[in-house]
Ligand binder design. Structure first.
Ligand SMILES: [Fe+2]
Ligand SMILES: [Fe+2]
Length: 173
């Protein structure tokens, strides 16, 4: 079954929402952590990539006439809050947040790539490129001690669940 234009518009909408959410999470973390620690520098580097991802999806949405999710104001606040809350739990919890989210995003982008096949090379290539960045973010977070965060399984599970819900909502609303 080929993926029609409406379905691809919905993919772009959810992906832009996710990249936007990512910029807000990192903004929340950096607001708490400042700029000077080793972890903060790693986060700032990932945040720069998320900002770029977001801009690319913004441009593609404008070119294709796709509206953004109506939930943008919610992701603005919820993303920042999640970032700030995890950073307040400590740098390893901040990294656990990234590891959890990127695990879900990897799965999500992988599913989209499977569904797209070769119907939309521009979108597929963009998703594949960003997916590689997200996997790097996940590895960076794990190397920085994500799994040693307090209550890691619980924290990680809760964030992954929230991420899956956010994806479902942004697809349609
Ligand atoms: Fe991203
Ligand atoms: Fe990322």
């Amino acid at each position: 079954m080929s993926v029609d234009e409406a379905r691809r518009a919905s993919m772009l909408r959810v992906d832009q929402a996710g990249e936007y959410g990512a910029t807000r999470i990192y903004a929340g973390q950096l607001a708490v952590m400042g700029q000077s620690s080793d972890e903060a520098r790693k986060i700032a580097r990932m945040a720069d990539q998320e900002a770029r991802h977001r801009l690319v999806f913004d441009r593609m949405m404008a070119e294709r006439g796709v509206r953004p999710t109506a939930l943008q104001p919610l992701w603005e606040v919820a993303g920042f809050a999640l970032g700030a809350a995890t950073a307040l739990m400590g740098p390893k919890a901040a990294m656990a947040c990234t590891a959890a989210i990127e695990t879900e995003i990897d799965r999500h982008y992988g599913q989209q790539l499977d569904q797209l096949g070769d119907v939309d090379p521009e979108l597929s290539e963009t998703i594949a490129e960003f997916r590689a960045d997200e996997l790097e973010h996940r590895d960076t977070a794990i190397k920085a001690g994500a799994e040693q965060a307090p209550a890691y399984p619980l924290l990680s599970g809760a964030i992954r669940l929230g991420c899956r819900i956010a994806i479902k909502l942004s697809r349609h609303i």
